[in-house]
Design a protein around this ligand. Sequence first.
Ligand code: MLT
Ligand code: MN
Ligand code: ZN
Length: 306
Amino acid sequence: MDIRVLGSAAGGGCPQWNCACANCRGARDGSMRIEARKQECVAVSADTRAWFLLNASPEIRSQIEAFPALHPRRLRDSPIEGILLTNGDLDHTLGLLSLRESQPLVIYATEAVRRGFVEGNVLYRTLQRRPEQVTWRTLPLGGEVELTANGAPSGLVVEAFAVPGKLPVHLEGLLTARSGEENVGFRILERPTGRVLVYLPAVGHLTPEVLAKAGHADCLFFDGTFWSEDELVELGASAKRASDMAHLPIGGEGGSLSALDRVNTPVRIYIHLNNTNPVLREDSAERAIARRAGWRIARDGMEIVL
Ligand code: MLT
Ligand code: MN
Ligand code: ZN
């Protein structure tokens, strides 16, 4: 399985357009050891020809251009055979509206994520100019769904599983009934190698199922949004704590570093990194702590071959 990180940052990216925190300034002016990052999006392939995107970031156009394997091979074409959505947050779905140049799209999502995106969304009509423009494939919780390329098995099978999260900000107050499908993780199995990628960019807290899935993989991507619960509050950037945003912090008591310390998945990578997170600085103490515990910090362009 080939895995390519097209974007490793949380919503806003790094630097974020309206932020002059130390990290964002450092990423702009080079005064710190910190790389600029686009918003989270990862490409996966079993054969390096047919690719599947995990989430569709608002920066998708430049992310496709930055990775030649995703370039068209003919006049109108795309090696992107499908797009999988972990939730309906704008940093995961806005890119869909940028893929409106009449290319047929296959989108894999739970029914709740699909409805949250299409219902009452007048902009979605831009993807409905022809009936066959978008094909939705439903991801049932706990069921295996084959990812297909040109109608044939791609070698990848996905299982979506429920992960504690929250509704997209734009649906807050509109939807009350929660189905448990609003935020999911993916377990992606490659056949016939049996290699497994577990993808968890938004985890509010750990459940036995999330822990079990995280621990039985060859490669794990995990929510690295914040280092600490009060990161935004202490900076004066927001009144919201990490738990208000359903992102388990990395550090501290009960943080993912300690909660996952028994998980021996060989490749463990933090992704969906908020620009305020000190692990982004290559010479920070927090990054050294994560590295010593065996974690890598995602960067744009990172490639993993399983
Ligand atoms: C999140 O990851 O919590 C969301 O992307 C936040 C947002 O949509 O503003
Ligand atoms: Mn996000
Ligand atoms: Zn910032």
